[in-house]
Write a protein that binds this ligand. Structure first.
Ligand code: ZN
Length: 65
């Protein structure tokens, strides 16, 4: 397990379908999809990180490529 460089919280690295590593919160959450299916998953850490502003800019730059 590693720690966020921005806020020091513990994070887990999830590999996305495209093979990229994504930092997520360590606690799993249950969500419901548009089809009414319940799935367990992780919250991307940038969604809850108090220091996320730095990362968001980097992520947006990545998405445009
Ligand atoms: Zn953080």
């Amino acid at each position: 397990m590693s720690k966020c460089k921005g806020c020091g919280a513990e994070i887990v690295w999830i590999k996305t379908k495209s093979g990229k590593a994504m930092p997520c919160d360590t606690s799993k959450v249950i969500i419901v999809t548009d089809e009414g299916e319940t799935v367990a998953g992780y919250t991307p850490h940038w969604a809850t990180c108090p220091a996320a502003n730095k990362f968001k800019k980097a992520n947006m730059r990545e998405e445009k490529q």
